[in-house]
Design a protein around this ligand. Sequence first.
Ligand SMILES: Cc1cc2nc3c(=O)[nH]c(=O)nc-3n(C[C@H](O)[C@H](O)[C@H](O)COP(=O)(O)OP(=O)(O)OC[C@H]3O[C@@H](n4cnc5c(N)ncnc54)[C@H](O)[C@@H]3O)c2cc1C
Length: 390
Amino acid sequence: MTEHVVEQVDILIIGAGPVGMTLHLALAAGGQKSLLLDRRPRPAGSTLGVCEAQQTDPRALALSHGARQLLEQVNAWPTRAATAIETIHVSQKGGFGRTVIDRADYDLPALGYVVRYRDLAAALATQLSADALLDGVEILDITPADDLVTVSLRHAGQERRFETNVLIHAEGTPDDDPDVKVSDYDQHAVVCEVTPNPGHGKRAWERFTPDGPLALLPLGNDYSVVFTLPPAKADAVMAMDDAAFTVALQAQFGNRMTFSRPGKRSRFPLALRLRDTLVQGREVWIGNTAQTLHPVSGQGFNLGIRDAWQLSEILLKNGVDRSSLASYATSRRLDRQGSAFFTDRIVRTFSNDFAPVKLVRGLGLLALDIFPPARHFVAKRMIWGARAWP
Ligand SMILES: Cc1cc2nc3c(=O)[nH]c(=O)nc-3n(C[C@H](O)[C@H](O)[C@H](O)COP(=O)(O)OP(=O)(O)OC[C@H]3O[C@@H](n4cnc5c(N)ncnc54)[C@H](O)[C@@H]3O)c2cc1C
């Protein structure tokens, strides 16, 4: 049997997605080294260090003002790729009630920003140093012990073994895992980009329909569409030609504006996935591995970046050990549960056509419109996350 040299690393991060990379950069900014591992190979000689799957990811993410501030601190804010959201119009199809959230009420340059996943990943990857990431790795084994965690992996045809004080999981949405509770929404998100006429004027739209929420996010001159539908309807929408798709989108949205030039469509099945415990011994789960939410109200990455930031602050301040991880788990409880509950309630309350519920929804939207404190509560939660809780 071949004996491997055991390599020592203070902190190992599995997953170089936006959350893992943010954590690595936040730790580096505080003088703490860590090593990122990702199973996807980066193209040889790529200056961006973004893998093919990231380059072709069709998602656009709505990032909060708070997320922008954190990304700026690690020089990874993609200024030229970001489109500001100045107002958000919220309404329901076939029912009364609507509200508009306006940046002017919050003394902010924007309520949030829309950025393509690939541009966010590229902005983070360009900040990584040459030795920050092992790409194309296959994790072979993880063995936790009281005083360290051992990780065996294959990289470039070689088996390597690492010992680490803290192992951070940032691998994104988990597959079947007994520690993760899954609640299926029976909805798929169909995403694509379309050109609106007239122009979007930096306004985002959140429209609740009986099939699921429909979001239009300003992106450059276009809208990024997140069209949520039951799986069979998503099949049909995916199979439509561009003209039929434009008509289907228009039918959901009414005649406020027209759409043209729909781009390539992609789909994502949607479920709420919540890990029971964020910390086990010297292992910790952050970002989508800890919680995968419905994309309505754009909370996923915004929550994941707060995970990364809080964990880096605690590790830098208290040291790289088990007690820091326990503090981290406690500190994230409110933000995590609040965001998951908020998102889940919105989806379940708004995705049906039951008349009494429609009436209550209409009253709720009306109340948000005429009662500014309620609207401010919702808006601040979207802008700042947990810091908005009283
Ligand atoms: C349609 C849609 C719209 C969305 N819109 C928004 C939005 O508007 N705003 C918002 O904030 N969020 C949004 N989200 C959520 C957002 O995309 C996620 O929260 C975010 O991408 C999570 O980042 P992450 O780094 O945790 O995971 P990921 O982006 O999934 O990255 C995980 C990384 O881990 C690597 N990896 C996986 N397994 C392994 C392994 N075994 N070994 C090594 N590496 C591994 C992968 O290669 C990948 O690089 C949306 C999601 C969807 C589906």
